[in-house]
Design a protein around this ligand. Structure first.
Ligand code: ADP
Ligand code: MG
Length: 387
């Protein structure tokens, strides 16, 4: 789950990280009032979407009157902001952040994430902040600094100082960076984050360090431990199908192809997608209906798959280990009737009571294409989608 910048900055402030003074606004009038309440003469109005690259896409506007802040908010609210991170449909803007303008001397990059290879929390830093960090990493990898945290010892001050030296910080800025990195690490660990990113971390004109942008991603699997954070979810920023799947306990990820896949077990789902690709097809989704696939779940899964207009065939691949295939077959038959599936459905059942399951499908009178094994099922689904 991702947080909005204004939510992340609130968390930052709780952890003692310096952020510009700002207020979220959900209407033009609120944005104008926010500018008045903050005081000063210049503000930035920032579209709140779960994506970066807003600056270059018109999602960060500099204004010099409270009226102009309202105008900028009016423009942004209700629109969809397209940045290089959102895809062509963009993301809806439901809130803006009105913030004081802070003059910038330097823009740095600092983030904290899980490095799977070393199984450690990793800090990434760069003196080249503000711009696209992926580009910096690709073109000038030596400009990216990293340090790994020993989970038993925790983040050490000397590690932070090394980063500070390498970024060219001086005097009190060095200890300021130590405090910032330690606060980020505490936040990261306390909240079970998967990423905390500050881009840019700025050096202000008077030499102080300040988080001008804030990104926090939380680990969904640990959300149960953070009831206070669950309410920060903004479903409007998430894929509608993935959100609906979540509600039904289904593990669903939208992909770009035209073959809808319904599989029990994540490993089998991966293998199914591999075989679809091997036979020249493109999966429309990853979907794991789980071990205890019930008729209701199968029906919900069909609805989800069919809500994607690009789906031209459905491949159902069920291994009856815990569940019995005859029950799954009944579920599929009921679901196909209920949901009125209009595209070819290829079904491969294997495992407990597989023959009974296949027989039920054969006798159902529905246009279900049976397959004996996974390879054949993938081939038939690719053929059906292409026809
Ligand atoms: P994004 O990463 O989505 O482009 P940022 O929050 O990083 O959005 O803002 C983009 C740029 O806008 C920053 O690099 C900075 O130059 C400028 N900016 C953002 N907030 C402020 C602010 N409060 N004061 C001054 N400049 C700002
Ligand atoms: Mg940024």
């Amino acid at each position: 789950m991702n947080l909005h910048e204004f939510q992340a900055k609130r968390l930052f402030a709780e952890y003692g990280l310096s952020v510009p003074r700002g207020l979220p606004a959900f209407s033009a009038a609120e944005a104008r009032d926010a500018a008045v309440a903050l005081g000063g003469e210049r503000w930035v109005v920032k579209a709140q979407v779960h994506a970066g690259g807003r600056g270059k896409a018109g999602g960060v506007k500099l204004v010099d009157s409270a009226e102009a802040a309202g105008e900028a908010a009016k423009h942004m609210l209700g629109s969809r902001l397209v940045t290089h991170q959102t895809g062509p449909q963009g993301l809806p803007v439901g809130a803006v952040l009105v913030e004081e303008v802070r003059p910038i001397q330097r823009e740095l990059y600092l983030s904290c994430l899980v490095d799977r290879a070393s199984e450690r929390v990793l800090f990434m830093a760069s003196a080249d902040g503000g711009m696209d960090i992926e580009e910096v990493a690709a073109k000038t990898p030596d400009r990216i600094l990293t340090c790994k945290v020993d989970p038993a010892a925790g983040l050490q001050a000397y590690q932070c100082r090394e980063i500070a030296f390498a970024m060219g910080l001086e005097g009190p800025q060095i200890n300021a960076l130590v405090s910032i990195m330690q606060a980020m690490y505490r936040l990261f660990m306390d909240k079970d984050a998967s990423q905390v990113e500050i881009n840019p971390l700025i050096v202000t004109e008077d030499g102080a360090l300040l988080a001008l942008d804030a990104k926090v991603n939380l680990d969904d699997n640990a959300l149960f431990a953070h009831p206070d954070l669950v309410g920060l979810r903004d479903a409007s920023q998430e894929d509608a199908k993935e959100h609906a799947a979540n509600q039904h306990g289904l593990n669903y990820i939208t992909l770009g192809g035209n073959i809808g896949c319904m599989v029990n077990g994540a490993g089998l789902a991966m293998a199914t997608m591999d075989l679809v690709k091997l036979h020249g097809g493109q999966p429309a989704n990853f979907l794991d209906v789980g071990g205890g696939a019930t008729q209701e779940k199968v029906a919900e899964a069909f609805k989800l798959i069919l809500s994607d207009a690009s789906v031209k065939a459905i491949l159902v691949n069920i291994f009856g280990g815990i569940v019995r295939c005859n029950l799954i077959a009944e579920g599929i038959i009921a679901a196909v009737r209920e949901v009125q599936v209009g595209v070819p459905v290829v079904v491969r059942l294997e495992g407990t009571n597989a023959p009974e399951g296949r027989q039920l499908l054969a006798e159902s009178g529905l246009a279900i294409i049976a397959a004996e094994d996974l390879d054949e099922a993938a081939q038939k689904a690719v053929d059906a989608a292409g026809a």
